[in-house]
Design a protein around this ligand. Sequence first.
Ligand code: UDP
Length: 312
Amino acid sequence: MQTIVVTGGAGFLGSHLCDLLIQKGEKVICVDNLFTGNKNNIKHLIGHENFVFINHNIIEPLSLENYMIDQIYNLACPASPIHYQVNSVRTIKANTIGVINMLGMAKKHKARILQASTSEVYGDPLEHPQTESYRGNVNTIGPRACYDEGKRVAETLFFDYHRQHALQIRIARIFNTYGPRMAEHDGRVVSNFIMQALRGDPITIYGDGKQTRSFCYVDDLLDGLYKLMNHESFKGPVNVGNPEEYTMIELAEKIIKMTGSKSKLTFETLPIDDPMQRRPDITLAKKELGWEPKVKVDDGLKKTIEYFKGVL
Ligand code: UDP
């Protein structure tokens, strides 16, 4: 049995990751300050003999010296634009001070550490689809920079700790992901559209709705993270996402159809620096990890719609 820390473990991705690791028979230490994470996401794990929850913000030091830690998945950071912009300074702190704290822990425990990086490191990309060698087009002073630049500096810190301290690092660039346990109020497009469709409210399209995103179902995403973490040598950075690309209008129409909703589209202002297109090139993930997504968007959306019906 390995002892594995999951920061952000009460969040959407983190809680599914805790489930996966517990299922594999590992001991899981879930670290979350419950800012965007939610205890409901892990309530079924509380009391499990292999599960420990620690309410902690990673921007404060954490040593966990009573444990022998084998692996750390660093997922802690608000991930939706409305949440990471609420307190942008704290977002940067999570991605710098918080990341340094976790790298320090990995160094002390000689643990392998994986960073949840993001497609946002490509900014509003001028290369399409995005390969890992593309260096991105990020506005360093815009409202998204606390997250985008934060995650970029996190990647830098990971490689510096690797070069300087021989730390075992892994970096996944996570593209838009959806599925059950997405936060209802975090403003993400999939959760917004589904809730609006289920309630019969207008579907809020930002801008002209021609911008694109590519959506990966949570189970596929975690399979990719797990394979990366447990690969014997491949560090990444590697794109983990589903290359099926949709405009926001196409996504809205699909959700309206699947829910049988009478909702109509309404157009609102496009947020500043909102990327116009995004689709991962996953050649590297296929080659190095033997990974590619398996869940079709229609099947994943069906499960997600069922989940949100329960929320309603
Ligand atoms: N979006 C939209 N309506 C919404 C929420 C989001 O049209 O109610 C758009 C948003 O402008 C962006 C895309 O959907 O172009 C994805 O937004 P999300 O916040 O889910 O993810 P991110 O921008 O971080 O990729």
